[in-house]
Design a binder for this molecule. Structure first.
Ligand code: MUC
Ligand code: MG
Length: 373
């Protein structure tokens, strides 16, 4: 077979409405913005990928606009003309020339995997070595900003059998108010649900010490990123003192971060996100570090649409352990998507068929309608 070349790489910005405002410590989403990537190859196969973040530059140091610009100006030219079937070589070429930019690289790596999977008739999970499960438990984030509404939403999800793990976004309000909010929700749901919190780096260590005690003593199962990613010594101390396990999220901006967090003993759970490692293959390197260090795993999200969600899911399906489940609910937060078949959620889980590639195709009309011009 003659070599298949990458002929064209393009990226568009897509703005999609959300079902309700989604309030995080650093930003309230009223819509979500995806960067949709297309990689066209000389055998007429197209791979699709997605690079999505939260709240412009509120979460990390790449925005949708910078992702598109950097793909157009720096990353796409490095890929055009390269062997489409050699994903190792293509990603290595990007890593040699472009520092960081893991969100942009993640969408590109996803698109290359999608194209190669379609070419070989294999699901991306099979390209990644083979899946050990077909579905992933999916948590739901309660972030309406209102305790009563969050409780009603959680009860509705339990009744629908859609979610039984809830992550509460806190950190925007004074600590005492946040603690009351969390305890009220845990009290209302009792043993029907696992309740966890994500502080998105909002506390300092002095606040976190007591708050982690209160949360642990009130049945909260997990505390995500309570303090700033740069305060490594504080994270190590909290990890030793908190009665509830501490999960690292923002602290992991690369595979190398994962290694140094593991070496320092700064968390007992890692949130895996393809965007923060550089793609579905890259995130598996972070997972391998965690496994070697005895750190538990959780499949995280940047609130991606269907493409980024499935790219994450295919990687997570291959993991030996994923004890804390996933939060791959992004498509359910959107009122619209841009693929023809939405991902399948039932019985508390996302079910991933073995369709070649990511298993998705673009709805061109919807994509054109929601593309930012
Ligand atoms: C984060 O910080 O984990 C994941 C779920 C959600 O609601 O926000 C994200 C980002
Ligand atoms: Mg988080």
């Amino acid at each position: 077979m003659s070599q298949v070349l990458i002929e064209r790489v393009s990226a568009v910005i897509v703005d999609l409405p959300t079902i309700r405002p989604h309030t995080l410590a650093m930003h309230t989403l009223h819509q979500q913005t995806l960067v949709v990537i297309r990689v066209q190859c000389s055998d007429a196969i197209e791979g699709i990928g997605e690079s999505t973040t939260i709240g412009g530059l509120a979460y990390g140091n790449e925005s949708p606009e910078s992702i598109k610009q950097n793909i157009d100006s720096h990353l796409a030219p490095l890929l055009v003309g390269q062997d489409a079937a050699n994903i190792n070589a293509a990603m290595l070429r990007l890593d040699k020339v472009v520092k960081g930019n893991t969100f942009a690289k993640s969408g590109l790596e996803s698109a290359l995997l999608d194209a190669q999977g379609k070419r070989m008739g294999l699901a991306v999970s099979e390209l990644l070595g083979g899946r050990v499960r077909d579905s992933l438990e999916v948590a739901w984030t309660l972030a309406s900003g209102d305790t009563g509404r969050d409780i009603a939403e959680a009860q509705h999800m339990l009744d629908l059998r859609r979610h039984r793990i809830f992550k509460l976004k806190i950190g925007a309000n004074p600590v005492e108010q946040d603690l009351k909010h969390v305890i009220a929700i845990k009290h209302a749901l009792g043993d029907r649900a696992s309740v966890r919190v994500d502080v998105n780096q909002s506390w300092d260590e002095s606040r976190a010490i007591r708050a982690c005690q209160v949360l642990g003593n009130n049945g909260i199962d997990l505390i995500e990123q309570p303090i700033a990613r740069i305060n490594r010594a504080g994270q190590v101390r909290l990890n030793q003192r908190s009665p509830a396990p501490i999960m690292a999220d923002e602290s992991i901006e690369s595979v190398e971060d994962a290694f140094s967090l593991a070496a320092d003993g700064a968390a007992s759970i890692f949130a895996l996100k393809i965007a923060k490692n550089g793609g579905p293959r890259a995130v598996l390197r972070t997972a391998a570090i965690a496994e070697a260090a005895g750190i538990a795993l959780y499949g995280g999200t940047m609130l991606e649409g269907a493409i980024g969600t499935l790219a994450s899911a295919h990687a997570f399906l291959t993991l030996r352990q994923l004890s804390w489940g996933t939060e791959l609910f992004g498509p359910l937060l959107l009122t619209e998507d841009i693929v023809t078949e939405p991902p399948v959620y039932r019985d508390f889980a996302l079910h991933v068929p073995r369709t070649p590639g990511l298993g998705l195709s673009l709805d061109e009309e919807r994509l054109a309608f929601f593309t930012r011009h």
